[in-house]
Write a protein that binds this ligand. Structure first.
Ligand code: COA
Ligand code: ZN
Length: 326
């Protein structure tokens, strides 16, 4: 189905929902282990920012992702705010059992739509992964926990190249038919371009209008914000993003950070979109990152300030003006 290009300002649109993934996608690749109390404090600060969802951690093998080996303590230790959904990444049944025991609101099940990336990242074939994830769906039947499936490399695999749209949509359909509420289309290594994002999101929405669709973008090649806007124009309401622009995938060569939460919120609010995120509070949380991580972060609004934060007029202007008027 093709949709005519609509001006985003005239398109009646529900509020856009921002989902923070920094504590998972960002922290998973940090070289130095971030103390559990600091992870909890950052999530607690993020919980007060108006975000719709926070991916707090991942219940993966601690051998695969040692940076998040404290998932149980983190999820149990945070102060939950009403209205925020606390989700966690889960690759298999063992992860699901741990996440349920620790009280996750949502399980974000993960597999890759590229065979090569799935083998490297999850050490099994796509079919084996799909099977494991469907076991989790069966396990949670009759419980209150929500289910989302993140389809990695949906816009391209760094080793295989293009991933056919039909493959991505077929996996989405399989999980939706099994009862999963949401699907996330992930541009794991920032290969997507805005035209491609628009096309895949429109195809998805046309085929699965009732599904909760999230767009998960990385800014690896500087296309992150343009891709997000293409998603907005295609009708996507939910966006994953990472505070400070942290993030990456340990099994994707050259992967860098997610689209930066505060940069995304800043752009969308400046354009007049309804986004219920408290940007000054979000920036305050982002400002704490360099000290916490021991390195700078790529977020740009953090460095430049918001577009409405005007600079004081330099004292030299009086002299320049006088000369210009002489
Ligand atoms: N939580 C905790 N431990 C787990 C686990 C989980 N979800 N899944 C497996 N393990 C443990 C097993 O108990 C086993 O432990 P042991 O060696 O002490 O007996 C060990 O991990 C190996 O288990 P196995 O089932 O053989 O897993 P594997 O080595 O084939 O790895 C995954 C498969 C999926 C568990 C692992 O590759 C993984 O966690 N990947 C996550 C990658 C990721 O998060 N990438 C970034 C996000 S896209
Ligand atoms: Zn990611």
């Amino acid at each position: 189905m093709t949709q005519s290009i609509q001006d985003p300002f005239t398109k009646a649109q529900a509020p856009l929902l921002i989902q923070e993934v920094g504590p998972r996608d960002g922290f998973q690749i940090e070289a130095a282990f971030i103390p559990t109390v600091d992870k909890i404090a950052l999530i607690d600060a993020l919980s007060l920012c108006g975000l719709a969802k926070i991916e707090a951690t991942s219940f993966t093998s601690p051998k695969a992702i040692p940076a998040l080996a404290d998932a149980d303590e983190v999820l149990r230790g945070i102060r939950r705010q009403p209205g925020v959904v606390y989700t966690v990444l889960v690759p298999n049944l063992r992860g699901a059992e741990r996440a349920l025991a620790a009280g996750a609101d949502e399980l974000n099940l993960v597999m890759s739509t590229s065979e090569t990336h799935n083998l490297l990242n999850l050490r099994m074939s796509r079919e084996q992964s799909a099977g494991r994830l469907l076991e989790v769906v069966a396990l949670t039947q009759g419980t209150q926990v929500a289910l989302n499936v993140s389809l990695s490399t949906a816009f391209g695999c760094p080793m295989e190249g293009a991933v056919p749209e039909a493959v991505v949509l077929a996996y989405a359909q399989r999980f939706l038919e099994a009862g999963v509420r949401g699907i996330t289309l992930c541009d794991t290594t920032g290969m997507a371009n805005p035209r491609q994002v628009r096309a895949l999101c429109e195809a998805f929405i046309g085929r699965f209008p009732g599904a909760e669709l999230t767009l998960h973008l990385h800014n690896t090649r500087g296309m992150g914000l343009a891709n997000a806007l293409a998603g907005v124009e295609a009708g996507v309401q939910r966006f994953d993003a990472s505070l400070g622009g942290l993030g990456g995938c340990p099994y994707a060569p050259g992967a860098t950070g997610n689209v930066c939460t505060e940069d995304l919120v800043h752009m969308l609010q400046a354009m007049g979109y309804e986004v219920a995120v408290d940007l000054p509070r979000l920036l305050a949380a982002a400002r704490s990152l360099p000290a916490l991580l021991g390195h700078d972060v790529p977020g740009q609004v953090l460095h430049a300030g918001r577009s409405q934060d005007l600079h004081p007029i330099p004292a030299s202007l009086t002299e320049i003006r006088a000369r210009a008027e002489a």
